[in-house]
Design a protein around this ligand. Sequence first.
Ligand SMILES: [Zn+2]
Length: 465
Amino acid sequence: MGQEGQQGRVRGHRHTLAGMSHDDADAQPTVAPEEEVARICADLIRIDSSNYGDGSGPGERKAAEYVMAELAEVGLEGTLLESEPGRATVVVRLEGEDPSRPGLAVHGHLDVVPANATDWQVDPFAAEEHDGCIWGRGAVDMKDMDAMILANIRHFARTGTKPARDTTFAFFADEEAGGVLGSHWLVDHHPQWFEGVTEAVSEVGGYSVTVPTPQGQQRAYLLQTAEKGLAWLRLVAHGRAGHGSVPNDDNAIVRLAAAIGRIAAHEWPREYIASVRELLDTLSTMTGLSSADADLEPLLATLGGAQGFVRGTLRDTANVTMLDSGYKHNVIPQTATAAVDCRFLPGHEDQLMATIRELAGEHVEVEVVHHDVALEAPFSGDLVESMKQALLREDPGAAVLPYCLSGGTDNKALGLLGIQGYGFAPLRLPAELDFAPMFHGIDERVPVESLQFGARVLGDFLRTC
Ligand SMILES: [Zn+2]
């Protein structure tokens, strides 16, 4: 690791847009972000950047080159960095109106999870437009937000205007495999890109759900303020190898199966972290439904498809996801392994690991394959207020609620630099579109109008935050 792309450079290059001459600015036709956000989103979807997690995918290089070209077209020099050949991240920094203020990071990821084309109604990499939506892998996670970010950077460059604060824009590789070759690599090897940065915004927050209320319904934007941490564990059961015809009380597969059974049967205690409590209590006020522990189902149901993310944040979880053992029908193997995907609430990692070790039992080792931190940021302060106001200026009368994500984002890597991260990819969505289940789902699609709304809100936020 550690190679840089040809255009890679170690030192940050900060663009001073005010330094552009009027001729430069005049030479660029004025295109509002909302006018080109859909084109950019579609272009990015057509570049297959599937991340299989084992290095076998196409990588992000082509998508990164596309971003570089879009920047170059408006006179900006991005920096393309590769952690490994083909695994490319693009960074560009713009000077703010007030460079004395702490910096902001705005980031997206260029990779997508793979798509099994036969499951989809359309070609997942064609970016076809149907019913006012752009369809394709990444339309939701997260080439939509990448396009909103890029369209706004281009607008700053074309008009010679500035974001409110010095802003580092990053388009990361490898988010879908934990960011090892993307955000974590950049934070480890080139942290100077985030020098002076105190806060960040990125994906999986800022989208709307339509909540039934006694008066009818109300749109609510879910602003992501917290993330569960993750521990990807491997259970390794040991036993005595032998002939399949001979009784054996030390069968590794049986021991593994018993451990899995105990883990599956374990009831993780429910606990409400601050952001979850506030989400449920505010929803309760909006809907008139109870937010009491014993009576939560009707309230969760008001969130539609987004309730899955919220359900995942009511407690720690452990799901068995892979099994491996044995090589012949009449041979008892010596070992058996299972993969377990554990997600813990902020502050719960040690407790979760102790519980899993106890449930695994004495003949089953617990190995940590990958782990990453949980995050929790306050749902208050100037940045949160700026996000809220930017949403409410475009959608007066809506509610903005905090929530915790059951999954993870690149904000975890930036968190290692002390940067407080939020999920704010603003999208006003039609009530009937079940958006949240499309993250990593099939038939991913985003309404063009929602992209345009998001481009406006993000631009407003960047100018006023
Ligand atoms: Zn994502």
